[in-house]
Design a protein around this ligand. Structure first.
Ligand code: ATP
Ligand code: MG
Length: 489
């Protein structure tokens, strides 16, 4: 798509490169004209305003690199206008121009946020040099800011592993939504990293230096949940011996994270909806309304839209929470992340167990190749958390730096048909990789088992001591023909 020309006060900006855009605000026509002629000749784009009000209007609709502002104007003083400009967060550099130059006014001007002070009459060459210096400086500052932001963004997820395309998409979405205030619903199976992502959104938001308050609605009885969230006043119920602040108040200007949002009772759904709509609530037992500015992130491994259809979750609350949905892919759909996650958790747990490992003369652990193959083959129903636990266990159980497959948890080992060496002689056939050999061997054993069981997958799974679902996946992955069961009749 061709780039749109920049609209500039309703007029398309000229294509010719400009040294900078300057707004001159001065009530005297001949000053405006002489500045316009000078700066235009020098290659700047110049816009003129003949009073403070006109200046402000132009500032609000255009982008400038510098403002030349007259100190004395009939409708408003330049200092006053300058204060207004800064109050509106317009950071454009301002040079104040005046004939009534005195040290006092200069100091006042700089205090009010002016970048320089130009006494009338000015020296044209000097003025242009100052303007140039200012614009170049501001440009550099802007570039540095952008660079810092880009750098920050690159390192924004130091503890999240996710090179797979699916996780990259998640992280892109996280960087996009983090700066906003929108409510977010994170969905995904158990252990996929919902809480980790919620924290990353908070850490990358303008609220990062305010609290991140997590609440698991499923782990508290509804009446306790209400006072936990909204606080209570002394005497509100038996045991309320003093006023207590609730999570919403603690999280003010920060983020509140509702884990397992699907477990929220119908009553609490109504109360949460009210806070989301009104941004205010009343502590239990109090008639005082408390206003808060809180960003809400919710997470669930339940199918909330189905719960809405079944009448178990309020539709209005669902829409309020699900302004932006971040679905987390299960680990089995991003297997390429497994080796990096393994490495990551080895690092984490080796560091944690540094002393214990060093006592045995070990520091950096790695898996033997067969273990890696098994980890890649496993379907990870417990996702990243299950993998993390397996690695922690491996670090503790390993007796040498090369960690054998045998330290992997039972369910991981048993999900694969491989528990013995691939070939009868223990050697790989010429030209074949370990993976190919293992796959061939696995395929052979599964076909044998299927034939023995008359192609009943249930019986074959029992014989192979693996879950039926695992056998199913292996049949698909290894492209094993599934014959109809020869039941004998
Ligand atoms: N992409 C990742 N990179 C590194 N660590 C991860 C990643 N995803 C998850 N983890 C780690 O896995 C563990 C589980 O993650 P988390 O608690 O965020 O999952 P969850 O989806 O909230 O799980 P649950 O549904 O069971 O509450 C945590 O220790 C977390 O740090
Ligand atoms: Mg969680």
């Amino acid at each position: 798509m061709p780039e749109q020309p920049v609209e500039f006060h309703g007029v398309a900006a000229a294509d010719k490169p400009t040294r900078g855009r300057i707004l001159v605000i001065d009530d005297e026509a001949d000053i405006r004209e002489s500045l316009e002629t000078l700066l235009d000749l020098e290659g700047y784009t110049v816009h003129l305003a003949d009073c403070a009000m006109d200046g402000l209007r132009k500032l609000e609709s255009g982008i400038y690199d510098l403002i030349l502002l007259d100190l004395m104007m009939p409708d408003r003083s330049g200092l006053d206008l300058l204060a207004d400009i800064r109050a509106r967060d317009i950071e454009t550099p301002v040079f104040l121009i005046t004939a009534y130059g005195s040290i006092d006014v200069a100091v006042q001007a700089l205090k009010a946020g002016a970048n320089d002070f130009i006494p009338k009459p000015w020296d044209n060459d000097k003025l242009v040099i100052e303007i140039d210096r200012q614009i170049a400086g501001a440009r550099l500052e802007r570039e540095n800011r952008e660079l810092r932001r880009a750098l920050k963004q690159r390192y924004a997820f130091p503890n999240i592993v996710g090179k797979s395309e699916r996780m990259q998409r998640v992280l892109d979405l996280v960087s996009q939504v983090a700066p906003s205030k929108s409510n977010i619903l994170i969905t995904g199976e158990t252990g996929t990293g919902k809480e980790l992502i919620a924290k990353a959104i908070h850490a990358n938001s303008p609220r990062a230096d305010r609290p991140f308050v997590g609440v698991n609605s499923g782990s508290l009885p509804p009446d306790l949940l209400e006072s936990t969230l909204f606080g209570h006043v002394k005497g509100a119920f038996t045991g309320a011996v003093a006023n207590r602040k609730g999570y919403f108040e603690t999280a003010n200007r920060g983020t509140i994270f509702f884990d397992e949002i699907g477990t929220l009772s119908a009553d609490m759904q109504v109360k949460l909806l009210r806070v989301l709509q009104e941004r205010e609530f009343m502590p239990v037992g109090s008639a005082d309304v408390i206003r808060v500015d809180v960003r809400v992130i919710a997470a669930t491994n339940a199918d909330l839209s189905r719960m809405v259809d079944d009448g178990r979750f309020r539709q209005d609350l669902y829409y309020r929470l699900n302004v932006i949905n971040i679905p987390l892919p299960p680990l089995r759909d991003r297997k390429e992340d497994v080796p990096r996650l393994v490495e990551h958790f080895f690092d984490v747990y080796c560091r944690e167990n540094e002393k214990y490992l060093a006592a045995d003369g070990r520091s950096q652990l790695h898996f033997e190749p067969e273990a890696t193959h098994i980890l890649m083959d496993y379907t990870w129903p417990g996702n990243v958390r299950e993998l993390e636990n397996a690695i922690e266990r491996a670090v503790v159980l390993a007796t040498s730096e090369e960690v054998p497959a045998s330290v992997l948890p039972e369910q991981v080992l048993h999900s694969t048909g491989v528990r013995t060496a691939p070939g009868p002689d223990g050697k790989l056939p010429a030209g074949a990789s370990l993976f190919e050999t293992v796959a061939d061997y696995e395929r052979k054993i599964i076909i044998e088992a299927l034939e023995e069981c008359g192609y009943s997958q249930t019986e074959a799974a029992t014989q192979l001591k693996i879950p039926l679902s695992t056998l199913n996946q292996k049949i698909k992955r290894l492209d094993i023909p599934v014959k109809r069961r020869s039941s004998g009749n």
